[in-house]
Design a protein around this ligand. Structure first.
Ligand SMILES: [Zn+2]
Ligand SMILES: [Zn+2]
Ligand SMILES: [Zn+2]
Length: 766
């Protein structure tokens, strides 16, 4: 007989790991015990050599589906006693806590079967879950992950639930959110003045609730629904009037809404779907997947106006399944928030702040400890290309080939903020925090950092912040570092983008980084955003960039692309530009004022931003003068392209003090000619994209000639543009470059904190 101690770390708690070990122990006649400790799972196993080997092999090769093993250590030990059986022992808490916390998990097939099985005791129980599924991250207050440290602590389990909870062979063994109709959380349907309509968990009641809601949805009403990481606003996705009402009440003019469908089959009636997209929709993370609409697509027009894509998802909580069981149509499902504030996650706040935006409220009494928005992913070249990494992903640590020497806090950027905490080989990227320009988001950012440092036991020694002095995340980081007497590293925005892309691809050598972005504070105090960097983890050189231009009215140009359009024209045609007869300037009252600004250089910072170039060009083409959400003009411009052909506008390369400049001057001239000749916008958009891709290729080739570097990384918000990404990647590969793009974190500012953490760590430990 031999005895082994197994030390297993990774996502091994809250995913049915111990019952799985228990079953395997019975199968192979192993004695001993298994327990959760703060670094993972510990097993002491006694058996003969062959059965021990089989037991360990099977455990390592076939762990429970939702678990993820990072390390599996086997040590031979002397048993402290003779074990007569195999037991699951109580958790022990170590002095330091390092157990990864599982993201929230999509409801599993077995639970779904019970949910709709009239003889199951959880028939229509809206909070059904087990060790393989249910809420995790959003209900955990502290670790180790045990019920008293979750928001389930106030629900006392009934005898039947306790029996399941204590039976190692039961699927609900130590399922912390376990409960049933008798003892679990309860649903409540009210109107928007909090008047109770239905309450209680008896299945007849639950049925009544969802029948009533179906009726409301069918007559165009708007429902506010409490989900897993916050509230959603819900209405019938086929009812244009209902969607338009939701838009006007929420004051959200054009930004697309996501839609939840009862099943994949129904999605395929509206959108094109390939195998990878289907897989992604159905995996346990259940993100929103961006899919191409079919033509014609019968979803209400105002769900995603002027957009060829639709954000689709499948139900991921039992409440969603019940809702779509009774109302089998696509439902708009959008985060419930006030303009740019974070998603609302508290019952009281929901009623207070959303008020009459919704007609009815479906709430419950299980508290959400931390908010978490839906993730948004698209598939590009058969791989995930994240747009927002949040529910289902956070707070899972990102797999890197990097060992942190210091404990790091990275504060992220100003928009689409995420922060990151890192220690040893682990980096915990936060859920989506949002745009920092308001108090609610800042509060969420601060409390999020506190929560993460506690549950992952990270005590930052160094803080990484964006180089922009006015970002709220930077100000917070500075203050935090000062209060705790920590080192602070100021990180150039596009360097952080570049390193995010490098590190997630496990590249640790000098790289040509093309970073195309909206904004980012440059080392020369101008605004950068069309950058070619030679990037390493601890330093970079700006080897080339896009020709610069003035931003008349400073950051206000982001909302008003016509100002950029005018700026490009002025640069080439001077004051004559107003006499060209370009239609987009016809009814603009402030054009003279902006022209004055440009002439005198008033409030007109200089930028090399690629995002602004897209805005300006889109405006000149007449796509739109003003936008309702960031990047709207550029997104619509891309979508004008219908056919991929070879026509192009000529970008040119020049040299200024040793820096390679990508010139757009000729492009604007040709483009203006085309617009004046009444050329189709689809052709202009195509020529511009082709030209830019070719220009960037030339810029990269010049960089290779100077540096002999052959590896290229592509990052920055502009690479959300799939047409450009695809074109450029192909061109580069055809010229023998090795190209890397994002796959684990977003190419936009949501991925910045990853790069910041690496740069901060490698800079202080040079
Ligand atoms: Zn389950
Ligand atoms: Zn119960
Ligand atoms: Zn950026």
């Amino acid at each position: 007989m031999n005895t082994h101690k197994l030390l297993i770390s990774g996502i091994v708690q809250g995913v049915g790991f111990r019952p799985h070990v228990y079953k395997l122990a019975l199968k192979y006649n192993i004695k001993g015990y298994v327990l959760n400790n703060s670094s993972g799972v510990e097993v002491v196993a006694t058996g003969n050599e062959k059965s021990l080997k089989n037991f360990e092999n099977e455990l390592e090769k076939n762990p429970p589906e939702k678990s993820k093993i990072y390390s599996f250590k086997i040590i031979s030990v002397y048993p402290d006693k003779k074990y007569s059986n195999f037991k699951i022992r109580k958790s022990i808490k170590n002095s330091y806590k390092t157990t990864p916390i599982s993201p929230d998990l999509n409801v599993c097939d077995e639970c779904l079967e019970e949910l709709f099985n009239p003889v199951s005791r959880r028939f229509m129980y809206p909070f059904i879950n087990c060790t393989n599924c249910g809420p995790r991250f959003t209900i955990i207050e502290d670790i180790p992950y045990d019920r008293p440290k979750t928001t389930m602590k106030k629900f006392k389990m009934c005898i039947k639930c306790i029996d399941e909870y204590e039976n190692p062979l039961n699927r609900r063994f130590h399922a912390q959110p376990n409960g049933c109709h008798q003892c679990g959380p309860e649903l409540k349907l009210t109107d928007n003045s909090e008047k109770m309509l239905f309450e209680g968990n008896e299945y007849s009641n639950v049925q009544n609730i969802f029948k009533q809601i179906s009726h409301y949805l069918s007559i165009g009403k708007i429902l506010c629904l409490k989900g897993i990481g916050g509230f959603h606003l819900v209405c019938d996705g086929l009812n244009d009037e209902a969607v338009a009402t939701l838009r006007s009440r929420k004051i959200r003019e054009d930004k697309p809404f996501a839609v939840m469908f009862p099943n994949v089959e129904q999605i395929s009636e509206f959108c094109y779907l390939n195998n990878e997209e289907t897989e992604l929709l159905k995996n346990f993370r259940h993100p929103i997947v961006l899919l191409k609409k079919e033509k014609p697509c019968h979803i209400a027009y105002s769900v995603a106006p002027k957009n060829h894509f639709l954000g689709c998802m499948l139900p991921y909580t039992p409440i969603h399944h019940l809702l779509l069981h009774f109302y089998q149509k696509p439902l708009v499902m959008t985060s419930a928030n006030i303009s740019n504030e974070p998603i609302i996650y508290d019952n009281y706040e929901a009623y207070q702040r959303l008020g009459k935006i919704a007609d009815y409220y479906l709430v419950h009494n299980r508290k959400i400890n931390i908010r978490c928005d839906d993730s948004v992913i698209r598939v590009f070249n058969y791989k995930d290309y994240p747009i927002r990494r949040s529910r289902g992903y956070a707070p899972e640590s990102i797999e890197l080939d990097y060992e942190f020497r210091s404990q790091v806090l990275a504060c992220g950027a100003e928009q689409k903020n995420t922060f990151a905490l890192a220690k040893n080989a682990k980096i915990y990227l936060s859920h989506h925090i949002g745009d920092m320009g308001n108090y609610e988001t800042l509060k969420s950012f601060e409390s999020g950092i506190k929560h993460f440092s506690n549950i992952f036991d990270v005590n930052p020694e160094v803080v990484g912040v964006d180089y922009h002095p006015d970002y709220l995340s930077t100000k917070f980081g500075n203050q935090y570092a000062e209060q705790n007497e920590l080192k602070i590293i100021n990180i150039q925005h596009h360097h952080a983008h570049a390193v995010s892309c490098m590190v997630e691809n496990k590249i640790n050598q000098p790289t040509i980084a093309l970073v195309l972005d909206g904004t980012g504070y440059g080392l020369d105090n101008t605004i950068w955003g069309g950058e070619c960097l030679i990037a390493e983890y601890d330093k970079f050189e700006r080897i080339g960039h896009l020709q610069t231009i003035k931003m008349p009215g400073s950051t206000s140009v982001i909302q008003h692309p016509w100002k950029m359009g005018l700026s490009y024209l002025y640069e080439i045609f001077g004051e004559e530009c107003l006499n060209l007869g370009l239609p987009f300037l016809e009814n603009v009252s402030q054009k003279q004022m902006i022209l004055e600004m440009l002439k005198k250089g008033l409030n007109s910072p200089v930028t090399s931003s690629c995002g602004r170039l897209f805005d300006g060009v889109a405006a000149i083409c007449g796509i739109r003068n003003n936008v309702n959400y960031e990047g709207q003009a550029a997104i619509e411009f891309e979508q004008f392209i219908v056919q991929d052909e070879n026509q192009t506008y000529p970008f040119q390369i020049s040299n200024s003090d040793g820096i390679i400049i990508l010139q757009w001057k000729n492009v604007i001239e040709y483009l203006v000619k085309d617009v004046l000749n009444g050329e189709k916008c689809s052709l202009i958009a195509l020529k511009f994209h082709n030209g830019l891709a070719k220009g960037l290729l030339d810029l990269t080739i010049k960089s290779r000639e100077r540096t002999n570097i052959n590896i290229v990384t592509l990052s920055g918000g502009v690479f959300m543009n799939i047409f450009l990404l695809n074109k450029l990647e192909n061109l580069l590969k055809n010229h023998d470059f090795t190209v890397f793009i994002h796959n684990k974190v977003p190419t936009n500012d949501g991925g910045i904190s990853l790069g910041q953490a690496i740069i901060a760590d490698s800079t202080v430990n040079k």
